[in-house]
Ligand binder design. Structure first.
Ligand code: ATP
Ligand code: MG
Length: 336
């Protein structure tokens, strides 16, 4: 790996490490006949992948993947003034696991199924046969992840700022559910904001609902345990499958945190928070309008059967305006 794209150059704080997706192959499995994993992977990452994408710098690294900013030399050759893309591949350790390429392809295929202005746009899935690495390219975001935003705003956001993020985020999630795709790892570092708006991304731990994309390799959670402790619903930590309800718990934690600057349960694993009955002390964030709280509170229920709220309902509660205010804002043409 060249100096300029070395992982060692990336500063990672202790808090960021705690927020990484915990990813482990629970049981060792024999390697399938996978062309990408059939040889020891000691080959260095070149500066240019598939003769087209020049890796320029590391944008971020999570529990699973590494994301680079890259220059698309083909587009550049045709005079594109903005030939930049983001490029994601699996981290070196994971890339050596038998399921690695299927995992990355699954993320690519599920995200590509979504067509929504607030879901990050992906371009193409490719394999560099020289270094034996699979990767995909995507829209390059020049903005902040919500965890960075929260570092800058430790007391949380004002109501108009919160609503400007919450509505597109919930709309993106509702779209994803309506297309049969569960995100599986909603958390502040998987949402970005920039001048171009809000983008939901990183469907790497996502799953398609039954009957959707049947040809796609389904990654078994019996073999793969992956979660981000502070955002995974209790039933997920107890071995239940992903569901719209698990995404709702996670997005509710994110919204609560944006509103008041603090995670509802101090980023504790939900099982521990439940056992310590932390929900009994849960108060509405100061800047959150009263009408949003019942919906957000329901979405934060530890008990999945009490989490009786859908993403569109949560959206509606954040979008609700008293009639008088609506008439006034329509007259003066203002968003309030
Ligand atoms: N398209 C993009 N444009 C700019 N930066 C990006 C882009 N995609 C990812 N990043 C940066 O890279 C980081 C890691 O990306 P991503 O969340 O996809 O990886 P991951 O390994 O799956 O993470 P996780 O720990 O959540 O599993 C992001 O938090 C973000 O800072
Ligand atoms: Mg991520």
């Amino acid at each position: 790996m060249s100096e300029s794209v070395s992982l060692d150059n990336l500063p990672v704080s202790e808090e960021e490490i705690a927020d990484l997706t915990y990813f482990a192959f629970a049981k060792a499995v024999p390697a399938p006949r996978d062309v990408l994993t059939s040889q020891a992977r000691t080959i260095e990452l070149p500066d240019v992948l598939v003769g087209r994408y020049r890796l320029e710098r590391l944008l971020g690294a999570g529990g699973m993947g590494v994301v680079y900013r890259a220059r698309d030399l083909l587009h550049e050759q045709f005079g594109d003034p903005e030939p930049y893309v983001a490029l994601k591949m699996l981290g070196e350790e994971l890339a050596e696991s038998p399921d690695a390429s299927a995992l990355l392809y699954s993320e690519f295929a599920m995200t590509r199924r979504l067509h929504h202005p607030n879901v990050l746009r992906l371009h193409s899935f490719e394999v560099d046969t020289c270094c034996r690495r699979a990767f995909f390219t995507m829209e390059l975001m020049r903005g902040l992840t919500l965890d960075r935003l929260l570092c800058d705003r430790p007391l949380g956001l004002s109501w108009p700022e919160l609503r400007d993020i919450a509505l597109p985020l919930l709309d993106a999630l509702a779209h994803s559910h309506s297309r049969g795709v569960l995100h599986g790892d909603l958390k502040p570092s998987n949402v970005m904001v920039s001048e171009d708006g809000v983008r939901l991304f990183d469907f790497g731990l996502g799953q398609s609902m039954e009957g959707v994309m049947p040809g796609l390799a389904q990654l078994s959670r019996n073999r793969i345990n992956a979660w981000t402790p502070g955002y995974a619903a209790p039933e997920l930590l107890e071995g239940q499958p992903l569901s719209t309800g698990t995404d709702i718990y996670a997005v509710a934690c994110v919204l609560y945190e944006l509103a008041g600057g603090k995670h509802p349960f101090n980023r504790l694993p939900s099982i521990r928070a439940r056992d310590e009955r932390l929900d009994r002390e849960l108060l509405a964030p100061r800047t959150l309008p009263k009408h949003c709280w019942p919906a957000l509170r329901a979405a934060l229920s530890f008990d999945a059967s009490q989490r009786i709220i859908t993403v569109p309902e949560l959206y509606d509660s954040f979008n609700w305006q008293p009639l008088l205010l609506r008439c006034w804002s329509a007259r003066v043409g203002r968003k309030v």
